[in-house]
Design a protein around this ligand. Sequence first.
Ligand code: CP
Ligand code: NVA
Length: 301
Amino acid sequence: MKNLLSIEELNGEQIRELLALGRKLKEERGRHAAQPLAGQTWALIFSKSSTRTRVSFEVGVSELGGRPMFLSVSDTQLGRGEPVRDTARVLGRMVHGAIIRTYAQSEVQEFAEHSGIPTINALTDQEHPCQILADLLTLEELYGVNSWKSMKIAFMGDTNNNMARSWMWAAKRLGFTLALGGPQHALPSDELLAQLNCPDVVCTTDPVEAVRGATVINTDTWISMGQENEKGSKEKAFFPYQVNRELLSHAAPKHSVFHCLPAYRGYEITDEVLEAHADAIFTEAENRLHAQKAVLCTIAQ
Ligand code: CP
Ligand code: NVA
């Protein structure tokens, strides 16, 4: 594995290996002697805001012996229009790897192609692979390796965003049932569903049907980064899909709620539900560090 650009590009075995290594690195944190990134500098090139992704990668690269170098796009020539491929060719001659948060998926692909160095997608409009790996690691911790796959997992709200898409590809690659519940305009397109070609991924506009019997209920912001100007017009249609106590009364009796964070209380999730499920939610955040260290170790080999 040279890059991590999407869950779509991974196969099931690669995902399982990353999760196994993530578990090991979590257990061994502080005692892990290997420094696979020793002498290396990894650039974090971010066009969008971040708390978890930036911190977990800066800490993860450092713990593996490397030096993280944060580059806000607005402070680089990228922000003034220098093409991605030229920036990639420059950085490819100086740093050892790149971790990129941006808008178009094509930008991370272009960077990987022209830089020749390992490249990690730290969120695009299309996918958020690092978060999904952390979420799968959390599922394994909560329910046991593989046993969670027989459970129904639901994703509520904007079921066409980067998180939902990465969940869809994870369902396809690992073979679990994923129910997507959202308003018609926010369901995945027929084109995407045809490309996915996965009968285990089901879509519905009925929020109760989506969560009925589900053991894990996921949600995410209704307004992803870059969509801020749609806030007023988009939000109203999402309220029936809010993860709240009433909706969860239809889920499996012992369910978990997942949220990649940041959360907007009173919108996609209520404060009451977030606080009741804070253990799982903040474990997802912590597991960013362990899952990403597994990615770094794997692609730095
Ligand atoms: N979940 C996630 O990616 O968080 P940040 O936007 O804070 O990095
Ligand atoms: N869908 C969200 C995820 C944030 C981590 C966004 O893209 O803003």
